[in-house]
Design a protein around this ligand. Structure first.
Ligand code: ADP
Length: 366
């Protein structure tokens, strides 16, 4: 059992930089929380405050109801996995994993049992006598994970643990960490700037920007109901596209320079009307997969010219221009469009998002 509670946490570094503002989060037992956001948004600082490696300037941190602010890192019941594996080069894999347990004066027998168990889960059995330099990057990361797991910690903290690995290995380790979490079910907090890791691993995602939480939710909630323009554009590749325009009294969306007009979904219109958002500029957001190529049909949303295409093998990203904005569309076919070719597109009107131009908040969800 381990619940972690962060209440009104702020962090101001000695040089006056405020890295985290009023951070509030209740982490439930066995949850896998992913903190995601661009570099410098305060993810690592938050993680390091939970670990006890960084002082909390104000606010309260509780683990299982016990206030932790002044408790030293080693007494918090936490295991941390870093990006740089931080393995002892002169020790074997076995000794690296045993090190912390010896310090805690566990019996030789208990240490051996724990390491053998974890080695089995992680597929490290045949590597226990090797030294780190004789391991691949992925194997080293697995040892670092194993060392955290044998400690039987209440809470696991991960600081970008996969960012040193090549793309293929990252995908493998991602699946592996998710599987291990399922098996051992420990409460985990995982920091990454990689939105795909966040989407695939998290029970809940915390999206951060400039030290502030932007949104907390399950991957589905974050993806389908982004709280603001930042969350909408940060999560998803190719990124959500945004069109400036106005929703008019007759239920149509008109682009900024009046070149395009189309009817929007009725329930969106009703909400926007209620929110007093008609007849003034706003931002419409659309994800690439909600745009469909719609040849020879009367029933399209708009017609526009192709800018360029990216053929990825399993899909083609097609970019086209609507007034000054570039929108992306993802097609699962290999249609070769010519540059400047006029193409008709059909939008999933029910999947469109509408954001306030000034606050950038989602007008439909808020
Ligand atoms: P992230 O993990 O999201 O990349 P960090 O938590 O590392 O972000 O950093 C958040 C902000 O705090 C950044 O502006 C960074 O420059 C600043 N920062 C991080 N560590 C220190 C430090 N030891 N002293 C002063 N400022 C720091």
């Amino acid at each position: 059992m381990a619940n972690v509670s962060l209440k009104n946490i702020n962090k101001v570094y000695a040089n006056g930089v405020q890295a985290v503002y009023d951070f509030n989060l209740e982490i439930r037992d066995k949850e896998f929380i992913v903190l995601v956001g661009p570099s410098g948004c305060g993810k690592s600082t938050t993680l390091r405050m939970i670990a006890g490696l960084e002082e909390i300037t104000s606010g309260d941190l509780y683990i299982d109801g016990e206030r932790m602010n002044e408790v030293p890192a080693k007494d918090r019941g936490i295991a941390m996995v870093f990006q740089s594996y931080a393995l002892y080069p002169q020790m074997t894999v076995y000794d690296n994993m045993a090190f912390g347990l010896k310090l805690r004066k566990l019996s030789k027998m208990e240490i051996r049992q724990r390491i053998e168990n974890v080695a089995k889960i992680l597929g490290l059995e045949s590597l226990l006598n090797r030294k780190p330099k004789a391991l691949s990057g992925g194997q080293r990361q697995r040892v670092a994970l194993g060392r955290a797991i044998v400690r039987d910690a209440k809470v696991f903290l991960f600081d970008e643990p996969l960012s040193n690995l090549d793309a293929k290995l990252r995908v493998q380790m991602r699946t592996e960490i998710a599987r291990i979490h399922k098996n051992i079910g420990a409460t985990s907090v995982y920091v990454t700037h990689d939105q795909i890791e966040a989407m695939t691993m998290a029970s809940r995602i915390v999206v951060m920007k400039d030290g502030y939480i932007q949104q907390i939710g399950t991957p589905e909630e974050i993806y389908d109901h982004p709280a603001n323009v930042f969350v909408g554009s940060f999560i998803g590749t190719p990124s959500m596209g945004f069109l400036k325009g106005t929703v008019l009294d007759d239920g149509t969306f008109e682009t900024e320079h009046h070149e395009y007009r189309f009817k929007i979904a009725e329930d969106h219109f009703e909400i926007l009307k209620e929110k007093d958002a008609l007849n003034r500029p706003l931002l419409m957001g659309i994800r690439p997969e909600n745009i469909h190529y719609c040849p020879s049909s009367e029933d399209y949303t708009l017609e526009s010219s192709i800018s360029f295409c990216e053929m990825l093998g399993h899909q083609t990203n097609v970019y086209f221009k609507v007034e000054e904005t570039q929108l992306a569309c993802v097609l699962d076919t290999r249609i070769a469009f010519a540059e400047n070719q006029q193409v008709q597109w059909l939008f999933d009107l029910k999947r469109l998002h509408y954001f306030d131009l000034e606050t950038e908040k989602n007008l439909i969800e808020s």
